[in-house]
Design a protein around this ligand. Structure first.
Ligand code: GLC
Length: 739
């Protein structure tokens, strides 16, 4: 029997839903959720805790027939990997018109750095240090995704990492908690906008909670074990920032943290997430991570895994079918309290109300809007802008760059013609047939006659047969532009490497090209810090372009020819070699720091300097900047006071440029050892040739808080150093005292 009165009931209850302001709405929504839950059977409640993947076969999106039946029966309330307005409409229709309670589906998807219009990989975007640009990227990604039927993205990834062996660093924002927090918040604001009910915004999902970025030996899914202080002071802040920014879902990670898998961790999902961070949204697991607790060895079977997850606070089971198979019996037997299910379902339904799905379940399935939003000129322009801002100029000797128009350039490298690689690893629904390669754009800008091309070699493998042709094609050019690096398939999930060298024989080819005695510019496409020790000796110019997205070819061209002056700064340290890893700027001083006069007995290597090849915050420009000494508003910072630290930054070159002015502090004496410096502020400024600007940072005591020896969180009076400069190494310095 069809319960046709329900839509009428809802329409009465919810007609006024959009009249309430966001704040007042909360209580009203709780009432509506409770009224829906009173109608639900236990099976239907558990169905809301189930998330299944749709498929994408040759003909396009598809869904297993069984899953469609489960939706019809109310046993599956959420789908991911389904998109396009038409396909999601088809599935939503089953849920809304054929199930007993007509509860709309959530549609999730990995819109990490773009949906159809793809932006630079997240690690690349982070190098822009431009929160507006990063928010814009998320906003455009959300608009295209929401127009394509998606209302939930599995982003932002907030995992701090100092592990270049781990391929998923490409999805994050680098090594720093302060910058990572600012970026996490910008991404949530971009995805969720001002209202989740807006048809061009999507629900954000904070992942991977938590500590996933610190796998032992950089091997994906490997053990994560760290002190609570390191977890709370270094790894937790970006997740917190994303939640404080209003993210309404969190994804529990694959890894264990200190012996307990995240999806079964009361410490993570209740003590930290609910009590410490006051998170009000719902928790979804990563893909089958409940089932994987068997492999972790904390449960003997899937039923136990489900019980452990439900009692820890996991609300939704991604693809594991554990809740689907076992939860009802466990609730009926009392092994799992019904309250755990009720709370989970309440949180999930509340988000569906916030998304406006009960108001209009088809609000995200509008094909006309999809046509208007996807690949719109404004979106492509935004992607170009962010791509340019994400690129980092690592070397530019003898002003090899910018290239001059009509200059004869020889382009080398397989990546110069690849559009697939431009999109990076999480390409979502990005279509590389739609776009232009680096070579296409170089020719379009500089003229076919001025641009020759030879592949030279592949990104991987040891085939050198193309070397000779590449060398001869370069003979006639005035400069060589060599596009090299990693394949995009070497970044992202399950792509850990035991080497961070440029793969294959690409560097060997570079050595051969060097013999031609012509200026060589490297354009790097990669998703992690690489060991560029050899390449940095051989090349005259190095532009780190990451995987720059749909407009990456044009962005690289505009930067190479100086139409845009590169302004990016590294957000992960680039080591001299893998032996230095883990290496990051906020290291501790140790008892035998390397600067001691003792030639031997100190913390150093006998075969390599301690410092990295390119430090955190490093990036050059086509112009130069000078910094004045720091001016402090005082030498003492009172407990409830503030200090202003200012520098005058001048553009001393002959073109306009942008500079990321960075501010770090060092706590000289603490109840525990403290980092030699910590980023506490940054400002990206634009200066015309000859122009200068005073940049001021406000330092307040709360910025100096940490988990002290007794694990209480707060500050300690004492002496501090304060640094301001162009990266974490080249800095002006002063000091102050915190009272
Ligand atoms: C993957 C990833 C996660 C992603 C999820 C859904 O395994 O770990 O980042 O969001 O599954 O695709």
């Amino acid at each position: 029997m069809k319960y046709i009165f329900l839509p009428i009931l809802f329409s009465v209850i919810i007609m006024s839903s959009c009249q309430y302001s966001q704040t007042a709405e909360d209580k009203k929504i709780d009432f509506k959720v409770d009224s829906v839950m009173r109608l639900m059977t236990l099976d239907e409640e558990i169905g809301q805790m189930v998330l299944y993947s749709s498929d994408w076969d040759v003909t396009g999106p598809s869904l297993k027939k069984g899953y469609m039946d489960e939706i019809r029966k109310g046993n599956c309330g959420n789908i991911f990997n389904a998109h396009t307005a038409a396909f999601t409409h088809k599935l939503q229709k089953i849920a809304v018109e054929e199930s007993r309670l007509h509860i709309p589906l959530l549609f999730g998807y990995d819109v990490i750095h773009g949906h159809k219009t793809i932006f630079p990989i997240s690690l690349g975007e982070s190098a822009s240090w431009d929160m507006e640009a990063i928010e814009k990227s998320a906003c455009v990604s959300a608009a295209e995704a929401a127009a394509s039927g998606i209302n939930w993205t599995f982003a932002p990834m907030c995992d701090i990492s100092v592990e270049p062996r781990w391929g998923r660093v490409s999805e994050g924002a680098g090594e720093d908690p302060y910058l990572g927090s600012k970026i996490a918040a910008a991404r949530v604001h971009g995805f969720q906008g001002k209202s989740l009910a807006d048809t061009l915004t999507v629900l954000a999902c904070v992942k991977h909670f938590a500590g996933y970025g610190a796998p032992l030996a950089g091997r994906d899914y490997n053990t994560v074990d760290m002190s609570e202080r390191v977890f709370l002071d270094t790894y937790l802040p970006p997740y917190k920032a994303a939640i404080d920014a209003g993210a309404m879902s969190v994804m529990s990670s694959f890894n264990e943290l200190n012996g307990i898998p995240a999806s079964g961790s009361v410490y993570l999902l209740k003590d930290i997430l609910r009590k410490h961070l006051h998170f009000k949204g719902f928790v979804v697991t990563d893909y089958t991570s409940i089932n994987e607790m068997l492999n972790h060895g904390v449960v003997a079977n899937e039923a136990e895994a489900g019980k452990m997850a439900a009692k820890a606070g996991v609300d939704m089971d991604m693809q594991g079918e554990v809740y689907y198979k076992y939860l009802k019996k466990q609730v009926e037997s009392g092994e799992v309290p019904l309250q755990a299910v009720n709370e989970a379902v309440h949180r999930i339904l509340k988000v569906k109300f916030l998304l406006g799905l009960f108001d209009d379940p088809y609000r995200y399935c509008n094909e006309a809007r999809e046509k208007r939003e996807v690949y719109s000129p404004a979106h492509l322009e935004a992607s170009l802008d962010v791509a340019k801002k994400s690129m980092v100029l690592l070397k530019n000797s003898n002003n090899t760059l910018p290239l001059k128009k009509d200059e004869k350039i020889a382009v080398i490298g397989q990546l110069a013609t690849s559009t697939r690689d431009l999109l990076g690893s999480w390409k979502a629904a990005g279509d590389w047939n739609f776009m232009k390669s680096v070579l296409d754009e170089l020719k379009a800008y500089n003229g076919d006659a001025n641009v020759t091309y030879a592949e030279g070699c592949k990104v991987q493998g040891d085939d050198r047969s193309g070397f000779a042709t590449a060398i001869s094609s370069a003979r006639g050019a005035s400069k060589i532009v060599y596009v090299l690096g990693e394949s995009c398939e070497w970044s992202g999930e399950a792509t850990s490497r035991t080497s961070i060298n440029i793969p294959g024989v690409q560097t060997e080819l570079l050595e051969k090209l060097k013999a031609l005695n012509k200026p060589i510019v490297l354009v790097l496409m990669n998703g992690r810090p690489l060991d560029l020790s050899k390449e940095s000796e051989l090349a005259d110019g190095i532009l780190e372009a990451w995987f720059p997205g749909t407009m990456g070819g044009k962005a690289i061209t505009q930067v190479l020819f100086g139409k845009y002056n590169p302004s990016g700064k590294l957000t992960m340290t680039f080591p001299r070699n893998l032996g230095q890893v883990p290496i990051y700027y906020y290291e501790k001083n140790t008892g035998r720091p390397n600067y001691l006069s003792n030639p031997k007995y100190k913390s150093r290597y006998i075969d390599c300097p301690n410092d990295p090849l390119y430090p955190f915050g490093f990036g050059l420009s086509y112009t130069t900047f000078a910094y004045s000494d720091i001016k402090l508003s005082g030498k003492e910072l009172a407990e409830k006071g503030e200090l202003k630290a200012s520098v005058r930054v001048s553009n001393t070159g002959n073109v306009a440029g942008e500079e990321v002015v960075q501010c770090y502090v060092r706590d000289l004496v603490g109840s525990v050892t403290r980092p030699v410096k910590e980023l506490k502020g940054f400002e990206k400024i634009t200066l015309k040739m000859g122009e200068s600007k005073v940049v001021t940072f406000t330092i307040t005591p709360d910025m100096l808080a940490f988990h002290r020896a007794d694990m209480s969180y707060g500050t300690e009076p004492g002496n501090y150093k304060l640094f301001i400069g162009t990266n974490s190494r080249d800095l002006k310095e002063t000091n102050f005292r915190l009272n």
